[in-house]
Design a protein around this ligand. Structure first.
Ligand code: NIG
Ligand code: FE
Length: 394
């Protein structure tokens, strides 16, 4: 693959060495070769490359790492959203209406819809996306969803424990056995992670522990939907079990924050969900003070957060969660990578994947300063200018 030099970058957010939280370098250049970052430095010192691109003083950041999506589903729940905006409360139960639509959809329909969402995400700067199952809730459909997800990303998560399947509503213990048994057996070869929605109306702490333990024994890494609607004890469980990430964290106790500090568990915030469910936003000050690594993700799903836009999440984190723009942009790149235990994405350093986003702006801060404006003008994924989502070759 020919090398390419991206020259005259006004501000380059490396998330590594440089100024401040974003590792900023000014008047910088990046050389990409064979899908990787081969050189980073001052634009004037850039080595010759086969091709060059003039950034003309604009800002460049790493591609966003969206570590939490439910992108494989059918149907939408606009009416449910509309009712919430008139005062109805969000509950876990809405998931079942998406399950009915998803079970009725063909693989081709599910894949085409997921691709549309990922294309949309890519146009907004996302270059790595995790995808969960969780709208099948029977062995055959969960397997189909995981197969679709595995055609789109390496970051596939088995979320059979999203809610109890409707046909087993009165037999929850049987459903837990199904998830931790035959469903997991079918899922494990297709997934990297296991996740549980640990919440009122979904699974309690004891059920969650049982399912996560089974997942771990099957070789999957752990992630968790934790403390979305209540202080459920899920966050503490996730940290205790060494989950890579506990997600939502709308409600965290001081003890949860203390437990996260110094642990290997990332706290992932999904402010699109607070937006769309009219819940209070979590705040980042306590995490900052405690030195906790936190990430931002879209939580793209038809119920609680139907957005693919990481710039939207950044703007919300800045306006509503107390984050600085630099912290929010870091959380959406290097933070997401940490939540997926990845070191090859979310940063612009020699050897990293050449996933770069050119902004139609002089400063990455514009992502929050100019909310709702399509600032992503070009995306390189694995070193190639990309406009359609494809699964990475390796
Ligand atoms: O992350 N919390 C659980 N799962 C999704 C919502 C699912 C739904 O409402 O369809 C979430 O918010
Ligand atoms: Fe979610």
């Amino acid at each position: 693959m020919p090398s390419e030099a991206i020259l005259n970058i006004g501000m380059l957010a490396t998330m590594d060495e440089g100024e401040g939280v974003m590792g900023l370098r000014r008047d910088a250049a990046v050389v990409i070769e064979d899908g990787r970052v081969a050189w980073v430095g001052a634009s004037d010192d850039a080595p010759a490359a086969d091709a060059s691109f003039d950034a003309a003083g604009a800002a460049v950041i790493p591609g966003f790492v969206d570590s939490h999506t439910h992108a494989v589903f059918a149907g939408d729940r606009a009416a449910e959203f509309d009712a919430r905006m008139s005062g109805a409360r969000y509950t876990a139960g809405g998931i079942r209406s998406t399950v009915a639509a998803t079970r009725a959809a063909s693989d081709a329909e599910l894949e085409a819809h997921a691709r549309r969402l990922l294309d949309e995400a890519l146009r907004q700067g996302t270059t790595t996306a995790e995808i969960k199952s969780g709208y099948g809730l029977d062995v055959a459909t969960e397997t189909r969803l995981l197969e679709v997800a595995a055609r789109l990303t390496d970051e596939v998560t088995f979320l059979g424990a999203h809610v109890v399947a409707p046909e087993l509503a009165d037999h929850r213990a049987d459903y837990v056995d199904l998830v931790a048994g035959p469903m997991l057996d079918a899922a494990a070869p297709l997934a990297r992670w296991i996740d549980v929605f640990c919440e009122e109306g979904a699974f309690d702490v004891a059920e969650t522990r049982e399912i996560l333990e089974a997942g771990r024994a099957a070789g999957l890494g752990l992630r968790l939907h934790a403390n979305q609607l209540t202080m459920s004890g899920a966050a503490a469980l996730g940290v205790e079990m060494g989950a890579a990430s506990i997600d939502h964290c709308t409600f965290l106790s001081d003890a949860d924050v203390d437990a996260l500090a110094g642990s290997g568990t990332v706290a992932t915030f999904v402010p699109g969900a607070e937006f769309s469910t009219r819940q209070p936003y979590p705040r980042v000050e306590r995490l900052r003070d405690a030195g906790v690594t936190w990430a931002l993700a879209s939580d793209c799903n038809p119920g609680s957060s139907y957005t693919t836009s990481m710039p939207f999440c950044i703007a919300l984190a800045v306006r509503e969660m107390g984050a600085t723009p630099a912290e929010a942009i870091r959380a959406a790149t290097a933070g997401g990578a940490a939540a997926l235990r990845r070191t090859d994405v979310g940063r612009i350093t020699v050897g990293a994947r050449a996933d770069l986003v050119l902004l139609d702006a002089p400063d990455p801060v514009h992502l929050a300063y100019r909310p709702g404006v399509p600032l992503v003008s070009r995306v390189w994924r694995d070193g190639v200018t990309a406009s359609r989502w494809e699964k990475r070759a390796s």
